[in-house]
Ligand binder design. Structure first.
Ligand code: SF4
Ligand code: SF4
Length: 232
């Protein structure tokens, strides 16, 4: 019979409409539906009732670890009483070279004697040009630039506000560990391996020292993490 399909479809829509209000009542005693992370997860799951819509910006879906947005610069934790920690960036310029749209500018620091200092004096990224490809983070030999998860960067000013300077870009390593724990762990393991390999003591020819063995294990662990897909 003509029209039955339409009526069935409308009945489904109507059921979701009513379920939405019933679900609202259900979550009222638990902090309300709009501002409750638990409620959001349940609603987005298979047992969710009513509307599945995410009410942005009050609600936000968590982004996966590999999510990439505009890069940031990694620093040490700031010492007590200071705003910025030591830069991991050595201003080698590799990220600026590999950046496809060329949106990174770096000015290397100088020592009092005029010789170059292995840290950036200035570092800029034009976020309107950045295409979030992640190549800068992939190529950085010092793990000093990472892809951020902060995607709420819109503003009414399309000029200077969209050119992020070093202060705006710098974030401590603890932030990276928080947003990408698996990757941060894998990178730390790889760094430890590289550090241990540099200090390699010479044993007798053909002999494997205890340190060689420890390094092999550390390398295996790092590779395991990499292969598990924790890195790129
Ligand atoms: S962020 Fe990395 S690749 Fe870019 S200049 Fe600094 S150390 Fe070099
Ligand atoms: S994410 Fe890509 S486009 Fe953006 S700064 Fe890095 S290399 Fe350049």
């Amino acid at each position: 019979m003509y029209g039955v399909g339409i009526l069935k479809g409308m009945a489904v829509t109507f059921r979701h409409f009513v379920d939405t209000y019933l679900d609202d009542i259900h979550w009222l005693s638990r902090g309300g539906r709009y501002y409750n992370d638990d409620a959001l997860q349940v609603r987005q799951g298979l047992n969710g009732r009513g509307v599945k819509t995410v009410f942005y910006p009050e609600e936000k879906l968590p982004v996966p670890e590999r999510f990439r947005f505009v890069p940031f610069l990694v620093t040490e934790e700031p010492p007590a009483g200071q705003q910025w920690g030591h830069d991991w960036c050595t201003s080698c310029g590799i990220c600026a070279k590999v950046c496809p749209p060329q949106c990174i500018w770096i000015e290397r620091g100088k020592k009092p004697n005029g010789r170059p200092k292995p840290e950036p004096e200035k570092f800029f990224i034009d976020i309107d040009i950045c295409m979030n490809c992640g190549l800068c983070a992939e190529f950085c030999p010092f793990d000093a630039i990472k892809m951020d998860h902060d995607y709420e960067l819109a503003s009414y000013d399309r000029t200077t506000a969209h050119i992020h300077d070093k202060e705006r870009l710098s974030k401590p390593i603890s932030y990276w560990r928080e947003i990408a724990p698996q990757k941060a762990e894998a990178e730390a393991a790889a760094r430890d391996f590289a550090k241990a390999a540099k200090k390699k003591p010479r044993g007798k020819r053909g002999e494997e020292t205890a340190q060689d063995q420890a390094e092999r294990i550390a390398e295996a662990k790092a590779r395991q993490l990499i292969y598990r897909g924790a890195l790129y």
